[in-house]
Each structure stands twice: as structure tokens, then as C-alpha cells.
Design a protein around this ligand. Structure first.
Ligand SMILES: Cc1cc2nc3c(=O)[nH]c(=O)nc-3n(C[C@H](O)[C@H](O)[C@H](O)COP(=O)(O)O)c2cc1C
Length: 174
């Protein structure tokens, strides 16, 4: 890969909050899941679960649990990434809580980038009531929702992006 190609790819990814009605092929979902399956994880234990929400009533409930963000129900494909510390608690003890949130987050980032690579769009939804989402999805005890990922074809042009700038991120300790 050209040394700028990946940065250019990242530069083109933007959060999209309006989707066309077009459905997303199962083959694209399969590619997204394959990418998630390749994500690094704590001890290689993949301490996350991905829920594919098809039910319309459940989608509406998720909108209410996420500050009325209607796009959750409008997206043709909806995934919820959850941490599952029970998969590593024997090995990592209390640290499995933190690791599993990181595992779910990394998997969701892999999904987000694959979505972009497939010509689809998404926005990371993190503003939700964790307890309500857990109840709506009937999550097993111990699992925690980390990110709601609505997926579809872009139906808006995002505003210009402002950032801190790469140099501001780095703190050198000599
Ligand atoms: C942890 C996290 C939580 C977020 N929660 C929401 C959210 O609930 N609703 C929303 O519209 N965007 C949400 N976003 C998206 C950010 O607003 C967006 O990534 C940021 O403004 C930068 O824009 P960009 O993704 O187009 O680069 C969230 C992003 C992250 C990483």
C-alpha cells in the first residue's frame, strides 16, 4: 500500500447521520463481521458480542434509550457492540471489565473502518442509557453495551471537520 493511501482513506471517513432507504447486502455484513473477528483482543479471547437488531419495536425502544436519536431506527442495518467480561474473568479477574470494554471498542472501530471501505457509512452512537439498552436487548448478566452502530448508504454531506491537529496530541517525556 502507498504510504499515504491509508491516511487518505481515514481522512475520507466521516460520521453520517442520514441514510438512504437502500438495504445493505448480507455479504457486506459478513465482511464487517470478518473484520471484527480479526481485531486484536485481550488475551485473544474476543470478549465482546455483536447484536444485529432487526426488530422494529426494539429499534424504536433503542431510539428512546439513546436521547431520541432517530437515525438508529432509520438505518437499514443496526449493530450493537457489547463487552462480555465473562469470557476472560478467569484469566484476568477484575481487569476483565476494562479489557472487555476495550475489546468491544476495538471491534467496533474495525467495523467502522470496514463499513467505510465497503462504501457504506455509519456514526458511532455512545450517548445512551446503558441500563435501558441492556434491558431492551435482554443482555445476559455482566454484558455491557458499548457502541450502537447504525449502517447504511450516505444521504447527507458532512460538515467540514475540525481537529486538535496531530502535534497537539503528543506529549513527549524525555
Ligand atoms: C465514544 C463516542 C461516542 C459518540 N456518540 C455519538 C452519539 O451518541 N451521537 C452522535 O451523533 N455522534 C456520536 N459520536 C460521533 C462523534 O460526534 C464524531 O465521531 C465526531 O464529531 C467526529 O466526527 P467524524 O466522525 O465525522 O470525524 C460519538 C463518537 C464517539 C467516539
Amino acid at each position: 500500500m502507498d504510504e499515504n493511501a491509508f491516511l487518505n482513506f481515514l481522512n475520507k471517513r466521516r460520521s453520517i447521520r442520514a441514510f438512504k432507504d437502500n438495504m445493505v447486502d448480507e455479504s457486506k455484513l459478513s465482511k464487517i463481521l470478518q473484520a471484527c473477528n480479526l481485531a486484536p483482543s485481550s488475551g485473544g479471547l474476543q470478549t465482546f458480542e455483536i447484536y444485529h437488531i432487526k426488530n422494529k419495536e426494539i429499534k424504536k425502544s433503542l431510539v428512546l434509550a439513546a436521547k431520541d436519536q432517530a437515525l438508529i431506527a432509520q438505518a437499514p442495518l443496526l449493530l450493537v457492540f457489547c463487552a462480555n467480561p465473562s469470557r476472560s474473568v478467569e484469566r484476568f479477574g477484575e481487569r476483565s471489565q476494562f479489557f472487555s470494554v476495550q475489546d468491544a471498542t476495538i471491534a467496533a472501530v474495525y467495523a467502522q473502518l470496514t463499513i467505510h471501505a465497503l462504501g457504506l457509512s455509519t456514526v458511532w452512537i455512545g450517548a445512551f442509557d446503558e441500563k435501558k439498552v441492556s434491558e431492551i436487548l435482554h443482555l445476559p448478566q455482566g454484558q455491557r453495551p458499548v457502541a450502537i452502530i447504525p449502517i447504511g448508504y450516505e444521504n447527507e454531506k458532512p460538515k467540514e471537520k475540525t481537529t486538535r491537529g496531530s502535534k497537539d496530541l503528543l506529549h513527549t517525556i524525555d
